[in-house]
Design a protein around this ligand. Structure first.
Ligand code: MG
Length: 458
């Protein structure tokens, strides 16, 4: 098996262990060599190691003849949109570890279409990285780095084009609390909301790579501060972002924080009611509430492997305009075929304005199912055995084998058994109408998986 650098979300590693300036320089050589130099934009999120790694990466890129534009501190969708809009750029690199803990950082390679590159491109870069046969540029041909001061303004201008400004500005002044979680969403999203006359309050707004107040991954169970602030200020909604601003979770006016599949379904249903949305793309892990809500509206639900780029590619293939992930990623094709927390926020706000409803009412309409996520240890070479055994044992049930195996028991009850792409574990997800039922299923299937693993039969 060939050596790999890239996982589900580009390259990620712990700074000072696998991720050193030396590694970043060599990655710069490899990325630049693969693209035969070319012109690219490089940006970074607010992690403490960002400047060091971005500088090293840029040195490597320049060394093999690339033309580098430096976007500095940006959110990931800001850089992606910039690469998409500038016809002279061949690609982009974002220095980010998204929602991972502060000791991590990483690199995400973006194609000229603004979307994370497919695995083939990553393979090509890996080959260059490990072969180390780099052709260095002669001194006369090395280019100067050019700064991009306005990536954020372009991004905001483009988002505002997608929104019905008259609709969202009408109906009295509304109030929102934003929790960028010390990440880079703060550079653009508050201005977008001020642009549509919202009263904006911000918590955890200073960019800080140590993420002092909450983890960079927003989850309903770590957003108490946001919930409190929404209630105390009487706001219409709250929004929390991950470290690089491509994911958004929403808090309703009563202070309840919802997972991203609920907001994703709500936006899909809104677009369907407007006659704009014929199909919606979402990974295999999102709630069955997706089909239960959207299919009666005439929307086809298309499921993919876990990983936002698979949602992007499928949307492009099917011409779908909306896709989402349960972690808060929302993809709106007319803007960008990639996750964008700012765009997702604006779409939800347009829904509230046009339908004149409170957010809690919108979310309450969606069937409430319960998911339980658990995992068990499993060595990579044993994964296949476990999946195969479950497929056989539950052969009389409806199964989906897009990513691991998903076994259906009812239209609102399923289990997904899926090997991790990055760790020696198998993830077991269950969903059911009652919380207890989902919990019991998770327990039973974990036990069954352990039994399969410990059985001598191979
Ligand atoms: Mg992210």
């Amino acid at each position: 098996m060939s050596r790999r650098l890239f996982g589900t979300n580009g390259y990620r590693g712990v700074v000072g262990i696998e991720l050193t300036p030396d590694m970043a320089v060599r990655l710069g050589y490899a990325i630049g060599s693969y693209h035969r130099g070319g012109a690219l934009a490089v940006g970074r999120d607010g992690r403490s190691s960002g400047e060091m790694l971005q500088g090293a990466l840029i040195s490597g890129l320049l060394g093999v003849g690339a033309t580098v534009y430096d976007a500095g501190l940006v959110s990931t969708p800001t850089l992606q949109k910039y690469v998409l809009e500038r016809p002279d750029l061949d690609y982009g690199v974002m220095v980010t570890a998204s929602h991972n803990p502060p000791e991590y950082n990483g690199f995400k390679i973006i194609g000229s279409d603004g979307v994370e590159v497919p695995e083939e491109v990553e393979r090509g870069i890996e080959e260059a990285f490990f072969s180390q046969g780099f052709a260095f540029t002669k001194w006369r041909e090395i280019k100067e780095v050019r700064k991009i001061p306005d990536a954020g303004s372009l991004y905001m201008k483009e988002i505002l084009k997608q929104i019905d400004l008259q609709a969202v500005r009408g109906g009295g002044r509304r109030r929102v609390v934003l929790d960028p979680g010390h990440g880079t969403a703060v550079l653009t999203v508050p201005h977008l909301l001020e642009e549509i006359d919202y009263e904006v309050m911000i918590i955890h707004g200073e960019i800080d790579g140590s993420f002092p107040h909450r983890p960079p991954e927003p989850r309903p169970d770590n957003l108490q501060a946001l919930s409190e602030e929404v209630k105390a200020s009487g706001s219409d909604l709250g929004v929390a972002f991950d470290g690089d601003g491509d994911r958004a979770l929403f808090c309703d006016e009563k202070g309840k924080v919802w997972w991203g599949d609920i907001s994703g379904i709500a936006i899909g249903a809104f677009l369907a009611r407007k006659g704009l949305c014929k199909s919606v793309v979402t990974p295999i892990t999102s709630s069955a509430a997706t089909e239960l809500t959207l299919e009666p509206l005439g929307v086809r639900v298309l499921r993919t492997v876990v990983g936002s780029r698979h949602v992007s590619y499928r949307m492009r293939k099917e011409g779908a305009i909306w896709g989402f992930e349960e972690n808060g990623g929302g993809l709106y094709a007319p803007h960008l075929l990639a996750r964008d927390g700012g765009m997702t926020t604006m779409l939800l706000i347009q829904l509230l304005a046009e339908e004149e409803r409170a957010l809690s009412e919108v979310f309450k309409e969606i069937p409430r199912l319960h998911q339980v996520k658990t995992k068990i240890r499993c060595e990579p070479e044993e994964r296949k055995k476990v999946i195969k055994e479950f497929m056989e044992r539950y052969g009389d049930r409806r199964q989906e084998i897009i990513d691991g195996v998903k076994i259906w028991f009812r239209e609102d009850k399923w289990v997904l058994i899926r090997p991790s792409g990055t760790e020696p574990i198998i993830r077991i997800f269950t969903e059911a109408k009652e919380k207890g039922e989902a919990e019991a299923m998770a327990k039973d299937f974990s036990k069954e998986a352990e039994e399969i693993l410990s059985s001598p039969k191979t």
